[in-house]
Unconditional design. Structure first.
Length: 488
């Protein structure tokens, strides 16, 4: 039963959500039969124990003691519980989306023709928009609110209001332009990573649209248009600097989600320049990470939760600014969920020690950091990859256990399909293949017939050719450094 939609869904509920769902089922308003409440408590108890496979017969007997097993009856109960769980999630979302609930309320007040009540809430929404921060959602909400206001006038036999009608068109245009710009940037990213293209013909004429009123005064549109121009070119420092300065200038006016997205675009551009050997971008990257930390958006949600955190530390360490990296780790981990705080600190210090060439301490830190690859994919893969590189550096002699760890991780990168493109899976797989070969060369003793100096150098040349032939290798410069050390 663990693979059923109900069990899979309930497994995603946090402890607090389970408590609220239990109260939801008990509420007289939602009219859940008592047996559905009991079924939830039984399933929740079984899911928490996780001692053995849960069978329909076991659930049925706990629910209806002494009765003959009836699969259809149990199926009806589980379907009812599933529908209630889905309804609960919808209501949870409504609680978090004030814009949507206000629009639903205005629509209902309009239907009931409650003019005074309607106008009171409409005024509050319009004031909120004027004082609110810039975001894509704000323009969509403005369009919806103005449309509801327009429909209200029609229902009350009033003529169209010119200002309201113009607001509808302007807010809708702003939303569509922004959405198209955002999707165009995504499309360019997909084209690079997944090797497919999407049509963006409308965007080729965007310059004629965004440079005229009212859109030339819309800072969010201007920012996303600059982002689109950055995506279209590998190197455009003039546009990047204008983009970066605009973000700094308007950071206080931007909604957290928008600021997060724009800063990510900025730091990705800066990091690409670093990868191309342009060291002047080190300080620029660090300044962007600092802004992320100040606005508490460094640890983004989802599969990349630790990526910017680790990139910031690595950038500072490559610059030799170890003291900045240490302060950055200690200050920034205060903003992450407590569940990840210990792991983040150990991971951060592992990176710091690795670049300080304190490899034993680095290995210990990576060992102490939790493996969260099942929940935070890119943290998991980066953590394990750094741990493997650290073992390579810290081992004093050949260790079969290290080789076994290398091979396990290499196999995992090939098989896993969790939010990682085939391109990156292959990159990690090939990187680990090279690491394993270098490890064997490093610890195979010289001065025996199987490993003469000539044979050793021939092996290193083959590895170097292999390294340069792969389209993407993770930490390629480090590998070149290790090959050079082994030549000597």
């Amino acid at each position: 039963m663990e693979k059923s939609k109900l069990f899979v869904l309930l497994n995603t509920f946090s402890k607090d959500e389970k408590s609220r769902f239990s109260d939801f089922l008990k509420s007289a308003y939602f009219k859940s039969p008592k047996i559905i409440e009991e079924l939830f408590q039984i399933i929740n108890s079984l899911l928490e124990k996780k001692e053995k496979e849960i069978t329909p017969e076991e659930v049925f007997q706990k629910l209806l003691k002494g009765k003959k097993f009836n699969y259809k009856l149990l199926s009806n109960y589980t379907t009812t519980l599933l529908r209630q769980a889905e309804r609960f999630l919808v209501l949870e979302q409504l609680e978090q989306q004030d814009n949507l609930t206000q629009r639903l309320l205005l629509t209902e007040l309009s239907e009931r023709k409650l003019e005074r009540h309607f106008n009171s809430h409409l005024k509050k929404r319009n004031t909120a928009h004027k004082k609110g921060k810039l975001s894509l959602d704000r323009f969509f909400d403005e369009y919806q609110i103005q449309s509801i206001s327009h429909e209200f006038n029609q229902k009350n036999n009033r003529g169209p209001d010119k200002k309201i009608f113009e607001n509808i068109l302007d807010s809708l245009d702003s939303y569509l332009i922004l959405k198209k710009l955002i999707l165009a940037c995504e499309g360019i990213s997909y084209q690079k990573v997944y090797n497919f293209s999407v049509g963006t013909r409308f965007l080729d004429e965007m310059n004629a649209i965004v440079t005229v009123a009212p859109f030339k005064h819309n800072e969010l549109i201007q920012l996303h248009y600059l982002a689109y121009k950055l995506y279209k070119s590998e190197q455009n420092d003039e546009v990047f600097e204008l983009f970066r300065q605009k973000i700094i200038e308007h950071q206080a006016q931007l909604e957290s989600k928008e600021l997060d997205e724009l800063l990510t675009i900025a730091v990705n551009y800066s990091n690409r320049q670093l990868s191309a050997g342009r060291s002047q971008f080190f300080l620029i990257s660090l300044s962007i990470y600092e802004i992320m930390k100040v606005h508490k958006i460094l640890f983004q949600a989802g599969v990349n939760k630790f990526t910017r955190f680790s990139n910031a530390i690595a950038a500072a360490c490559r610059l030799g600014n170890f003291e900045w990296a240490k302060k950055f780790i200690d200050n920034s981990i205060k903003d992450i969920d407590k569940a990840y705080r210990v792991s983040a600190k150990e991971f951060g210090y592992g990176i710091l020690y690795f670049y300080e060439k304190k490899f034993t301490e680095a290995t210990d830190c990576f060992d102490q950091a939790y493996n969260l690859s099942d929940t935070i994919t890119f943290y998991g893969i980066n953590h394990r990859y750094m741990y493997m590189r650290s073992r390579y550096e810290s081992d004093q002699c050949f260790d079969g256990h290290s080789v076994a760890q290398f091979n396990l991780f290499k196999d995992w990168t090939k098989k896993t399909k969790r939010n990682i493109s085939k391109r990156f899976r292959n990159a990690y797989f090939h990187s680990m293949s090279i690491l394993t070969k270098l490890y064997r060369v490093k610890y195979l003793q010289l001065d025996n017939k199987y490993n003469t100096l000539t044979k050793r150098r021939n092996q290193l040349r083959k590895i170097e050719v292999e390294l340069n032939n792969y389209p993407l290798i993770m930490a390629k410069e480090w590998y070149l450094e290790k090959i050079k050390e082994l030549y000597e």
